[in-house]
Ligand binder design. Sequence first.
Ligand code: SER
Length: 312
Amino acid sequence: MAKKKDNILLTGAAGQLGIELTARLREQADVDKIVLTDIRHNQALAENGIFETLDVLDKDRLWDTLQRHKINRIYHLAAILSASGESNIMAAWKLNMDGLLNVLDTAREINGFRVFWPSSIAVFGSDAQRQNTPQDSPLNPSTAYGISKVAGEQWCAYYHRRFGVDVRSVRYPGLIGYRSKPGGGTTDYAVEIFHAIHSDEPYSCPLQGDTRLPMMYMDDAVRAAIELMEARPDDIRIRTSYNLAAMSFTPREITEEIRRYHPGFQTEYEPDHREEIASSWPESIDDRAAREQWGWDHEFDLKAMVRIMIHQ
Ligand code: SER
């Protein structure tokens, strides 16, 4: 549980993970202790609590916002994802890198401050072991997004080592939930496929049928972030980013699972540039370090996730 004294701020609160994390945090903490920010105004978020527009590239405004609300916990989620990042590599690098550096550099001025920052399976490239990818694998990513995540992990470890910044991170797989829509990711198909169930057309999948990727149901992803933020500092022995896993499946396997509920459902495979990205990523992840060091355990597998997504 979030402590009563904690004042929490989210960047990228209107994004896929931000909306879900907000919902969970609001169940656990007073709404006046949670400050939501995003680069654009979001009426739905603003109606039920504190919302401010914030561009994380504006370091003075970031500092001012943290001070005004006496923030001691930040979930820094604002980022451009893998597929969008390839269309605008400079924007992806600038937001993902300078945004994180602004947060880390501000954090070192504030005592007792904790930072959560998501890294990604996109840090791995095709030279990493594809099954059960180990925590300490070569990190030679194939995308601008992946490069920004590798560099970001190194900056997190640096700010922790040199300035004692208490920054915590996980390498998320593809995230699947029904409360929010993804945007610009390679794994987005696993959410979009559910929106196609009631269409008359087959779902057009941007990956090949047998491209296996690590994935996670959103409730697990949100719980991982919160549990990592609440773990004792001494238990967190990895200050780059933890491998994190729940399930792995292919487009064909998720289609089959959906067909158990909707037998007429069809998927057509029309791989585009996202297939190239996906096939450079791991198929499954070894997340023993997270399980051993701070007690990570996932709850949802493919069957459970599909059941929930279908019944929404
Ligand atoms: N889900 C992300 C993406 O596809 C990976 O971190 O870009």
